[in-house]
Design a protein around this ligand. Structure first.
Ligand SMILES: C[S@@+](CC[C@H](N)C(=O)[O-])C[C@H]1O[C@@H](n2cnc3c(N)ncnc32)[C@H](O)[C@@H]1O
Length: 209
């Protein structure tokens, strides 16, 4: 048996680990990216890293729109946190007259601007939304599938609460259960889950008093 020279062993093992994680889908797991927004940007080396153009996700977007039509009928300005490549943004435009996305990945924003030209996209972390947006205010903020990447969920919630009288949060069930305690207390209510082909997303609404 040949053994590799010691200086090569560690980088080779690291490459092997990354390859195994890539093949198993673990590279998309939230824990790997918590607060590491540069790493999230690198995910966009590939287009649509979360497969958001799949029929399952498109159905999720349609069902999220049904919720929005109920909780914010006649929605004017909608702020979408974590707008990615604009795939959900295109749906959100059906239930709001103007959509603004905030997204931490410049690469994703570049693609979103090309595919959803009617929407507006700003680059930056949701934690800085209040600073990025200045005096602008919205009828609704959505935080769909982003909070489990945040090192400080409360900081994002506080930022959202200054920007709109309503917040819609959706979280993929497995990750959402760990965050549920953030959506309790004054103003918070649990909405019906979104369920598509047995996959479940937990939905919460915050409304100002
Ligand atoms: C899983 S995708 C969700 C996209 C879409 N909202 C949805 O529900 O399918 C998460 C997106 O949020 C972005 N993101 C994660 N944390 C963020 C943060 N703190 N601020 C802004 N964008 C963030 C990621 O770069 C990624 O584009």
């Amino acid at each position: 048996m040949t053994t590799k020279p010691a200086p090569l062993r560690r980088p080779i093992e690291s490459l092997r680990r990354r390859w195994r994680a890539f093949r198993s889908g673990r590279w998309l797991e939230a824990g790997q990216y918590k607060g590491n927004y540069r790493r999230m940007d690198r995910l966009y080396l590939l287009e649509d890293p979360w497969k958001l153009t799949s029929e399952r996700e498109r159905e999720r977007f349609r069902l999220a729109n049904e919720i929005i039509a109920r909780i914010a009928p006649d929605c004017g300005a909608l702020l979408e946190l974590g707008s990615g490549e604009g795939i959900q943004t295109a749906y959100l435009q059906e239930v709001a007259s103007h959509v603004i996305g905030i997204e931490v990945s410049p690469v994703a924003v570049g693609r979103a601007r090309r595919t959803v030209p009617r929407a507006e996209f700003l680059i930056g972390p949701a934690e800085d939304a209040a600073r990025i947006l200045g005096p602008r205010r919205f009828d609704l903020v959505t935080a769909c599938e982003i909070l489990y990447y945040a090192p400080d969920v409360e900081a994002i919630i506080e930022a959202m609460q200054t920007l709109a009288p309503r917040i819609l949060v959706t979280n993929y069930e497995k990750r959402g259960r760990l965050l549920a305690h953030h959506f309790e207390g004054p103003g918070w209510s649990r909405l019906d889950d979104i369920v598509v082909d047995g996959t479940r997303w937990l939905c919460h609404l915050w409304s100002a008093g």
